[in-house]
Design a binder for this molecule. Structure first.
Ligand code: FMN
Length: 349
């Protein structure tokens, strides 16, 4: 794969109107409003996870967006999980997307189902929609649905991890012609630069932003991220029925990582699938909220990706974003004009 110079201005920053091609990804239950605002204020973009904002952090959605607005006037994004298994959930998500649009949000990241209805609403107000994908098949579907870019979730990611390496995903999706964001496995500035040099238009990080002063997750969770290495990250089916990346704590070792025989059977059944997902959704929302707020004393599922390797201290979001941006600037190739100026200066001396 040929290397491209890493640049801060990309198709993505241009579309969304930000300075640094860095997304603080939506995280249930870790996306508190201070974290989202800090990422945007620092020059990247923070993404609202509506269920986290309302159910974990106790805000009314509209009031929460207005609170974020008091902390930053820069662009913010909104995560719409467009899973279609329940009409009640779908209707709610439609209302939430309307509220976000009314409150001025113009960048949306859709995931799980078909993004078409979000694209329609968001394009009508001049906004931009990116869709989470793990393979070419889903990427093609999302493009047919009219999305403007793709979040390429690779196998190193936290949350619901993908199946492919960042290199393979990029090679598969490049020809689709839309901006591509690398999600998964990025924890330090060297990895950020590497993703941009590969040809990605930006990076989405989750785990790195949990270990920050602005994230309100329990201190035990942050320390678990600092102490973990990539090999400590395992995929468990126990939380949602589909593999989720977590730190292998004593609790995870004890209960194992496979869904039960009955759960698997139900997940394969056309109707059982929906009930089982519903069950897992409720159970996982509760369990993940408890782990994030109560710490090690609870049954701890600490979601994190293999990016834990590059994360060594708790920092402010502003420090992380500026360090990443500075590293790209320091590596930027000298333009031909600047090179001429340097040569001219040298000959006149
Ligand atoms: C704790 C946690 C919760 C997450 N929750 C969501 C979510 O609710 N919606 C979503 O689209 N992605 C979610 N993700 C994925 C992130 O937005 C991001 O793509 C991913 O964390 C990138 O990988 P990294 O953790 O290695 O940086 C979550 C990730 C983590 C670590």
């Amino acid at each position: 794969m040929t290397k491209q110079p890493a640049k801060l201005e990309t198709r993505f920053t241009e579309q969304v109107g930000i300075e640094v091609p860095l997304i603080c990804g939506a995280m249930y239950p870790c996306s508190n409003l201070e974290l989202i605002a800090a990422a945007s204020e620092a020059g990247g973009i923070g993404i609202i996870q509506p269920i986290s904002l309302m159910f974990v952090h106790g805000h009314d959605l509209r009031e929460g967006i207005r609170e974020i607005r008091k902390l930053t006037d820069k662009p913010i994004g909104f995560n719409a999980l467009v899973e279609q298994s329940s009409q009640v959930y779908e209707d709610r998500m439609k209302k939430w997307v309307d509220i976000a649009i009314e409150e001025g949000v113009r960048f949306f990241i859709t995931a799980l189902g078909s993004p078409d209805w979000v694209v329609k609403k968001v394009h009508a107000v001049g906004g931009v929609v990116y869709h989470d994908v793990t393979t070419l098949k889903w990427a093609k579907r999302a493009i047919e649905g009219g999305v403007d870019g793709l979040i390429c979730v690779n196998k190193r990611a936290g949350g619901h991890a993908g199946e492919e390496s960042p290199q393979k995903l990029l090679a598969d999706l490049k020809a689709l012609g839309v901006p591509l964001i690398c999600a998964g496995g990025i924890g330090d500035e060297a990895q950020f630069i590497e993703a941009l040099e590969m040809g990605y238009d930006g990076v989405q990080m989750g785990t790195r932003f949990i270990a920050t002063t602005e994230c309100s997750a329990h201190i035990d969770y942050k320390h678990a991220i600092l102490e973990a290495e990539a090999d400590d990250i395992v995929l468990t089916e126990k939380i949602s029925g589909i593999p989720v990346a977590v730190i292998q704590t004593e609790y995870v070792k004890k209960v194992g990582t496979h869904a039960s025989w009955l759960a698997k059977k139900l997940l394969q059944h056309p109707k059982g699938k929906h009930y089982m997902r519903g069950y897992y959704t409720l159970k996982s929302l509760w369990q993940l909220k408890s782990a994030s707020t109560k710490g090690m004393n609870y049954k701890d599922y600490f979601q994190a990706g293999k990016s834990v390797d590059g994360i060594t201290k708790i920092e402010s979001v502003a420090d992380i974003v500026s360090r990443f941006a500075d590293a790209v600037r320091a590596k930027a190739p000298v333009s031909a004009e600047a090179e001429d100026d340097v040569e001219a200066d040298a000959t006149t001396e």
